[in-house]
Design a protein around this ligand. Structure first.
Ligand code: RNT
Ligand code: ZN
Length: 418
């Protein structure tokens, strides 16, 4: 079927496919730098395991080991992805030149100058994350530690990251979403559940007391239900993070990662629940299998449903900040990036090809029979043609064309890394 005929098919449902394509093109989706090197960063000892509940599994060859390798791999991924991209950085990806190492509490904007040039040359925005894991100062707690020295170190890290985020936003002319996540928690039944949370809250207050422009820096609080090694208790639970964001709406927003809930809970349903109260929310799109396993994002039911809710709730206008968060070390990492990014774009385009107003109308008049029939028939509408055309218009390869580029890159670049 041709693109023109596919457009006609969608018109039967009252959907304007041309408008859908144009609507998606400017929407930023943030690509996480950490898929390229298994969340190692440049300030950790590669012989030591990751800590703080972050784990990668697999040992596919070709992991990026230096800033240049990581940037080269990001470039290889970006050109195979349609749409508007941002780069999501972690503080552990600071670049120290001429041995001017700074610990995490003393990081400065200059340690991200190279990333700024990288983004400027490619017209990209950047998001940022303080790194509260994989560091000797995790005792293992960070912002919720009873040890004042530890807690102070991590508060100072958070404040440094606010300054860096403001710098990124100003340099790149786009808001910087700065996400706070800690793996603070306990393996077994705690003796005090309230203390760590009160300390975490106080630490957040201190971090956010660092001056910043909320139009430019969007601090987020990301919750989590549990992690490996912290099965019994996490300080930053869902109730904690949501309450904090709700009480501090003028200076932070909640972030939901769809790997961070009990397996039968869905973030698609939580998006409209939060948007009934918060002007803005942020997402980490990932794919949990049985737990927060951070598998590559697929074009699956829940990814589609998340994107349907983003679109329906007016999230594309900046109300929902979209970022990816997964790390698979068992397959080609560049392919992992591209697959997840393209699938997110696919799901957003698929969502834009729904007759949103009509579905809402049918619900409101109580015509649930027709609502079901239309939603089912849409599943076999010729989506593939619209997607291929979207890729072409973005100057990105269509399905069937991009993977050979990955094979070439693996052969020419990744295989040489030993
Ligand atoms: C961990 C959180 C967190 C991290 C990144 C690296 O469970 O999802 O967002 O994945 O910050
Ligand atoms: Zn996350």
């Amino acid at each position: 079927m041709s693109f023109e005929n596919a457009v006609k098919e969608y018109r039967r449902f009252g959907v304007d496919a041309e408008a859908a394509i144009e609507r998606l093109r400017p929407v930023p989706v943030s690509l996480h730098c950490w898929q390229g090197d298994d969340v190692r960063g440049f300030d950790t000892d590669p012989s030591k395991p990751l800590t703080g509940g972050i784990q990668t599994t697999g040992s596919y060859p070709g992991r990026a080991r230096t800033p240049d390798e990581l940037m080269s791999d990001i470039d290889a991924a970006l050109k195979l992805c349609p749409g508007t991209k941002k780069i999501n950085l972690h503080a552990s990806y600071a670049i120290f030149e001429n041995g001017d190492y700074a610990d995490r509490d003393a990081l400065e904007p200059k340690h991200f100058e190279k990333w700024v040039s990288f983004c400027k040359e490619r017209g990209l925005g950047a998001d940022f994350n303080p790194t509260f894991f994989s560091h000797p100062k995790c005792d293992p707690l960070t912002l919720s530690s009873p040890n004042e020295e530890t807690r102070r170190f991590w508060i100072d890290h958070g404040k440094a990251c606010i300054r860096i985020s403001q710098y990124l936003a100003e340099q790149l002319g786009q808001p910087c979403i700065m996400n706070i996540w800690t793996g603070d928690g306990f393996k077994d039944i705690p003796g005090d559940r309230l203390g760590p949370r009160v300390r975490y809250r106080e630490s957040l207050d201190e971090i956010l007391s660092e001056p910043f422009d909320f139009e430019k820096v969007k601090p987020c609080i990301e919750s989590k239900v549990f992690g490996i090694g912290v099965e019994a208790y996490t300080a930053g639970s869902s109730e904690f993070a949501l309450s904090y964001a709700a009480m501090n709406k003028e200076r932070c927003i909640p972030l939901m990662d769809n790997g961070h809930y009990h397996p039968t809970e869905v973030v698609s349903d939580k998006i409209p629940a939060l948007l009934a109260f918060f002007p803005e929310i942020a997402l980490h799109i990932t794919r949990p299998i049985r737990w927060d396993s951070d598998h590559v994002v697929l074009f699956d039911d829940e990814t589609r449903e998340i994107c349907r809710e983003i679109v329906r709730c007016g999230g594309l206008d900046g109300r929902v900040r979209i970022a990816l968060d997964y790390f698979d070390a068992s397959i080609n990492r560049v392919s992992a990036w591209v697959t997840g990014f393209r699938n997110t774009q696919k799901a957003l385009l698929y969502a834009l090809l729904q007759p949103t107003d009509e579905l809402k109308r049918l619900q409101d008049i109580g015509d649930f029979t027709r609502l079901m029939v239309i939603q089912e028939e849409l599943k076999t509408a010729p989506f593939g043609e619209i997607w291929q055309e979207y890729c072409r218009r973005c100057g990105a390869p269509a399905d069937g064309e991009w993977f050979k580029e990955i094979e070439k890159y693996e052969h020419e670049v990744l295989e040489a890394r030993r």
